[in-house]
Design a protein around this ligand. Structure first.
Ligand SMILES: Cc1cc2nc3c(=O)[nH]c(=O)nc-3n(C[C@H](O)[C@H](O)[C@H](O)COP(=O)(O)O)c2cc1C
Length: 255
């Protein structure tokens, strides 16, 4: 599993570097064309100097000793901070909604169960997105409320999380398919947090729609994040046997 984490870290670092080099390129791109650029101003004292024209400060600054330089290169990169965040119908107050929506798996919603399993495999922290207002207690009521939310492009509120997703490098994002898309709660989630530069790893449960294009939707909602290949599992199949599929998927993220 260390290998998976190492690869996820490598992805995060590459993204950070790409973002960094994009930022560096920005001023040049904004500086106008060479034709209308003003003549370069003479180098002022304290301004950037060429290698031949070292400032006194630079001349006296000690170069790092060879040992120190080697140590810097050998330093282990910090492990990425991993968060597994999910919504499952089991988060609503009335658990009957869940039993009507999907077969119960050890008393949990299918997505909750899958999220816990993924968290066990990758380490990191687990956080549930809980709607501020419960969905109706009966299954048809939930279907109807969810459809209204989707049709009106609603942004239902959720209770404050115990963690701040912006503090993490790699965020696994789990949800059930609701009306051929993400539950609208996740649209609120993506509106709430700036996940630029993060590595996002979607997973979902469903009743036949698989991911229904939601991984691409997440990439569109978070254009400055890297979205890895997701895992879709039929809700009724989620159980202890799902662990093999989860392990295989995680290994596949290594490319
Ligand atoms: C409101 C609602 C809408 C749903 N819409 C879809 C859908 O569009 N496509 C699909 O495959 N399954 C759909 N399902 C089934 C759920 O995605 C599936 O049962 C899922 O595993 C439930 O996960 P949970 O137990 O974590 O809530 C829907 C279920 C509900 C309650």
């Amino acid at each position: 599993m260390k290998r998976i984490i190492a690869v996820l870290l490598a992805v995060s670092i590459l993204c950070a570097l790409a973002a960094c080099s994009a930022e560096r390129a920005q001023p040049a791109a904004d500086a106008g064309t060479a034709q209308d650029a003003p003549d370069p101003a003479p180098v002022q004292s304290g301004a950037e100097s060429t290698p031949e024209q070292k400032t006194p400060a630079e001349e006296s600054a000690p170069s790092p000793a060879p040992d120190e330089a080697e140590q810097e290169q050998d330093a282990e990169p910090a492990e990425p901070k991993i968060l597994v965040v999910y919504f499952s119908s089991a988060n609503t107050a009335d658990a009957d909604v869940v039993s009507a929506a999907t077969p119960r798996v050890d008393g949990m919603g299918a997505t909750a169960y899958l999220a816990q399993m993924i968290c066990d495999e990758v380490g990191g922290e687990l956080a549930a997105v809980t709607p501020a207002a419960d969905y109706p207690a009966d299954y048809n009521g939930t279907l109807s409320a969810a459809k209204d939310e989707r049709d009106s492009d609603a942004r239902p509120a959720f209770l404050e999380l115990d963690v701040d997703p912006e503090d993490y490098d790699v965020i696994f994002i789990g949800y059930p398919m609701w009306w051929y898309t993400l539950p609208m709660l996740f649209y609120t989630f993506f509106d709430t947090y700036d996940l630029s530069g993060k590595t996002l790893v979607p997973f979902n449960t469903h009743g036949g729609s698989r991911d229904g294009g939601t991984y691409a939707q997440i990439a569109a909602l978070e254009p400055d994040a890297t979205v890895l290949d997701g895992l879709a599992v039929a809700g009724e199949k989620v159980g202890a046997d799902t662990r093999d599929a989860v392990s295989k998927w995680l290994s596949g993220l290594n490319g």
